[in-house]
Design a protein around this ligand. Structure first.
Ligand SMILES: Nc1ncnc2c1ncn2[C@@H]1O[C@H](COP(=O)(O)OP(=O)(O)OP(=O)(O)O)[C@@H](O)[C@H]1O
Length: 486
């Protein structure tokens, strides 16, 4: 694209080599370029009315680039600023965006990406800056998310851009990668931070109760509804609603949710009066929703409503450089809870970095806690880590779901925990024991029957059940037996 007049980029970075590379790349792309290693020189140019775009580093010898942004914005509101920085945290990204930077580039970035951002910045329509929400000072204790790997920095960059918006976000990531933590950070640093954050886990609630949990119900709406009850939508009014394990939502509830998202209002179960929904939705899943759509288990139209901004949280094995910082963080946390202060030797950290972490950050967190409690030495050694990991690497007798790392038992426990905490102030109905067992029994029996193509003798063998017991259960649970299934 031919430029009418060549535009000038002001570059500030204290690293001479980076200045040279940026200078060359930008000049080759047709821009005039001025480079400096100090904030003071940059500021002089800005004051003198020079330049069409500022490209600045954060750490410079005389002043922090982030502190310069508000001053530049006051002096020359239309001047575009692109911030680049290495070693970033979520707060750096959030601050850069909120103070009015057009874009934030995590070092190292490639030059194509840089030119692309510069072009976009220069072409973008002038808009009023987002409202400045002052963020707390940055210290590692208060950071919501630990990790400065390139993969996490990319997440921070996206999160920072989302803070000033109400856009619906879909977080995808394996179990234990920090999906709920990211959802919380989006809420805590965003414009709804003064409102409530309400989480609901679709996999943790009996299917028949999901709609009433989400939207509330009127007295007498169904057997057991002895009084009116508010739903999560109502509790989250003015704040954020986190729909965890969205892939486990039953189809009926999906249809109802879709209608709410389309119409912006909902009715309670058994109610008639529409209630306006003022919530920001963040959904999360570890499942492949596109596959669920193909299987007819997830509504495609709902998927597109929710997948406005997709975020993929990388598994820990793709960002092993974050392991040491996470370990130190969890050790410090254990200490702040009254456990003895512990350090860890470098060889032990290397061993931890080499492990594959199928359970991701949660597994690492549990391991560090165990080490902090079980061993009396002040320093955690490689031997101790080896011992613990050898156990973790041994095949477990528990049922593990292929590749997903979490055993059935711990998945069930997790679901039950959130069920109990969701009902801390009173249980809905009674008969929980049977209800929970049925939730497990029904899919177990029905999948065993599919696996044996409906052969009840083989299914009884597989299950280790007496054939008559199996027949009785099939009747009681009203399970349909389909023969000849693949
Ligand atoms: N980047 C991180 N920094 C610090 N702690 C983290 C990070 N990521 C995850 N954790 C911790 O790991 C644990 C699991 O995180 P979280 O519950 O957010 O994961 P999840 O992806 O929602 O898991 P699941 O899908 O199993 O519910 C939590 O204790 C959380 O505090």
């Amino acid at each position: 694209m031919a430029l009418a007049r060549s535009q000038t980029i002001l570059v500030a970075d204290d690293d001479r080599a980076i200045r040279t590379v940026l200078h060359q790349a930008l000049a080759r792309a047709g821009y005039d370029v001025k480079v400096t290693g100090t904030a003071a020189a940059l500021w002089r140019w800005v004051e003198a009315g020079e330049g069409d775009l500022v490209l600045t580093d954060v750490v410079m010898p005389d002043e922090n680039g982030l502190d310069l942004i508000p001053r530049i914005k006051r002096q020359r509101p239309d001047l575009r600023i692109v911030v680049m920085s290495a070693q970033n945290t979520l707060l750096t990204a959030v601050k850069a965006t909120e103070r009015g930077a057009f874009e934030y580039l995590a070092k190292p970035f490639d030059l194509k990406q840089l030119i692309n951002v510069v072009q976009r910045a220069l072409l973008a329509p002038k808009e009023s800056p987002p409202p400045v929400i002052e963020q707390p000072e940055e210290s590692d204790d208060t950071l919501p998310l630990i990790g400065r790997s390139p993969a996490m920095q990319e997440i921070y960059r996206v999160l920072a851009r989302l803070m000033g918006t109400d856009l619906t976000v879909m977080i995808h990531g394996e179990s234990g990668t920090g999906k709920e933590l990211v959802a919380r950070a989006l809420h805590d640093y965003g414009k709804r931070r003064t409102g409530p954050f309400v989480a609901i886990n679709m996999a943790a609630i009996p299917r028949e109760l999901i709609e009433s949990e989400l939207f509330g119900h009127e007295k007498g709406a169904f057997t057991g509804a002895t009084q009116r009850s508010t739903g999560r939508f109502e509790q989250a009014q003015g704040g954020t609603l986190f729909l965890d394990e969205i892939g486990d939502m039953p189809l009926d509830a999906q249809t109802r949710l879709l209608r709410v998202l389309q119409e912006g209002e909902y009715t309670t179960v058994g109610g008639r009066t529409p209630i306006k929904a003022d919530v920001r939705i963040i959904a999360a899943t570890h499942r492949d929703l596109r596959q669920l759509i193909r299987q007819g288990l997830f509504r495609e139209d709902l998927f597109y409503r929710l997948n406005v901004v997709p975020i993929r949280l990388p598994p820990l094995r793709e960002r092993k450089e974050d392991v040491p910082a996470l370990v130190r963080h969890f050790l410090a946390e254990a200490h702040s809870e009254g456990l003895p202060r512990k350090s860890i030797e470098p060889a032990a950290l290397d061993r931890l970095k080499a492990y594959s972490w199928p359970g991701n950050v949660r597994e690492l967190e549990n391991l560090v806690r165990r080490l902090a409690v079980l061993y009396s030495q002040d320093e955690i050694t490689a031997d101790v880590v080896n011992e613990e990991l050898a156990e973790a690497e041994e095949p477990q007798p528990a049922l593990e779901v292929g590749g997903e790392g979490e055993s059935l038992g711990s998945a069930v426990e997790r679901h039950l925990k959130s069920f109990f905490s969701a009902h801390a102030d009173g249980m809905p109905g009674s008969g929980l024991y049977d209800l929970v067992l049925r939730e497990v029994e029904r899919p177990l029996i029905s999948l065993s029957l599919s696996a044996t193509r409906g052969n009840q003798i083989k299914a009884a063998e597989l299950l280790g059940l007496n054939r008559n017991t199996l027949r009785k259960k099939i009747r009681e649970l009203d399970i349909r037996v389909t023969r000849g299934l693949k």
